[in-house]
Design a protein around this ligand. Structure first.
Ligand SMILES: [Zn+2]
Length: 49
């Protein structure tokens, strides 16, 4: 679980494992882009032959 904080005012925005999208900071009203992907690929492994 990672904490996403606003880079502008350090307000805690959300706690997520995986998140891709945007969230609006409630304090300074800035749009924060979030892109957190899991390091582990669990279901997209494909064998190429
Ligand atoms: Zn902010």
């Amino acid at each position: 679980m990672k904490e996403i904080r606003c880079p502008n005012c350090n307000q805690l925005l959300i706690k997520v494992d995986i998140c891709i999208g945007e969230i609006k900071c409630t304090r300074c009203k800035k749009i924060i882009k979030i892109e957190i992907k899991s390091d582990r690929v669990s279901n997209t492994t494909r064998k190429s032959e």
